[in-house]
Design a protein around this ligand. Sequence first.
Ligand code: MG
Length: 296
Amino acid sequence: MRSTPLPASLLAPGASLERLATGAEWSEGPVWLPHTKRVRWSDIPNDRILEWDEATGELSVFRTRAEFPNGRALDLEGRVVQCSHGRRAIEREAADGPLVLTDRWEGGRYNSPNDVTVAPDGSLWFTDPPYGLHPSGREGRPGVQEYGGCFVFRWDPATREARPVITDLVHPNGIAFSPDGLRLYVSDTGFYGDRPDARHIQVYPVDGVRTGPGSYFAAPPVGASDGLTVDREGRVWTSAGDGVYVYEPDATLVGHLPVPERVSNVTFGGRNGDELFITASTSLYRIRTTTASPRR
Ligand code: MG
C-alpha cells in the first residue's frame, strides 16, 4: 500500500531525512536537551543512554547499566524525567544520578513504564505496559505484574502520589497532549501481543486531573503506533512500522514519511523546536519541518 508523502508545506525547504547516529540495537525515548544542544535517547537492549551532539555531530554514551530506560521528557523546569523498565519507575535525572519519583500505585509496583509526558500543570502522565517484564530480560528485569492491569497514570508533583487515569487500553504506549492540554492521545500496542485489534491511537478529553471516555482516533496503515508527539498546530506525528505518519487534529491523514528502519518514537527539538528527531531501531534520524513543538 502506497501512502501519501508528507506535503512539502510541512517540510523545511530542501529538507531530507538525515541519519545522525547509528550503532544502537533498539532506540527509544528521544528528547532534545536545550542547554547542551544534544539529543538523548535510550538503547534499551544494551541498557545504556546515548547522546548526539548537534555542534560536533558526535555520538557519546551518557550512561551504561542504566536499568533499561525507555521514554523521556522535560518537566516544566527543564529536567529530564524518564521511564525505567528495570526500576519499574518514573525517575528524574539529578546531578548524582536518577532519582525515583514513583514506582508503585496502591495495588503494587508498576509493570515497566514506557513513555511519559508532562501536562500543563506539571503533572507527569505515563503509560505502563508489561514489555520490560518479559522473561528474556532483553528490555528489563523479568517479573510479574502486580496490580493486575496496564494503566495510564498521572503523578502529581505536589502530593507525590499517582492515580490511574486510563484503564481501558490493552498495552498503552505512546502518550502526548494536544497543545491546549484538553486532549490526550495514547497509542495501544496490544497488537504486538495477542490483541490484533489494539493497534490504534485513542484520544481522551482531559479535565484537569482526569480523563473522560476515550474514542478511536486513528491507526497507521502499517505496524502499530508506538511513540508519538503533537506539533504546535495540534497535528499528531506518530511512529509506525515503516516510518512516521502525520494526522490533523480531526484525524485526517496528512501524509507519511518513510524511514528505512522500524520507527519507535519521535520528538520535536533543535534550536527552534522545528526539527523532528526520530528513533528507529539502530539509529537516530532528523528531518527539518515548518512546524514546531508547542512548548516554546
Ligand atoms: Mg514506547
